[in-house]
Ligand binder design. Structure first.
Ligand code: ZN
Ligand code: ZN
Length: 124
């Protein structure tokens, strides 16, 4: 089981099921939201994600017609990404995990906007 929380620790969550895939997304929306070169996510079943505390602190931003980006409204930690097109799936930000995630991140998305200053981490 994976466990995660936001920076201020008001929000905590667990993932009870397997990660289908993990990805680095270099799209400009992820860069803006994370303030970083990429957003890194683990794709899991929505039914496996449990908000253990702080659900009232989670706010969603609609970054596109289908995309929804959840963050802690107190500390700003980016928590989840989901699409209205796939309501049974949700992506959890690897950076908010408190338990080790040891699978390789094999998928790179939107590499056309990958910043040149980011060190290259070859896909495993
Ligand atoms: Zn927080
Ligand atoms: Zn992205």
């Amino acid at each position: 089981m994976l466990k995660g929380s936001c920076l201020c620790a008001e929000v905590a969550y667990t993932v009870a099921g397997p990660v289908e895939s993990a990805s680095h997304c270099f799209c400009t929306m992820c860069q803006k939201q994370h303030g970083a070169g990429a957003g890194t996510y683990a794709n899991v079943a929505r039914a496996d994600l449990h908000i253990e505390r702080g659900e009232d602190n989670i706010t969603e931003f609609a970054s596109s017609e289908q995309g929804r980006r959840a963050f802690c409204r107190r500390c700003g930690s980016t928590l989840f990404w989901r699409s209205e097109e796939t309501p049974d799936r949700i992506a959890v930000t690897l950076g908010t995990l408190d338990t080790p995630f040891t699978d390789p991140v094999r998928i790179e998305l939107h590499t056309d906007t990958r910043p040149s200053w980011l060190p290259h981490c070859p896909a495993a």
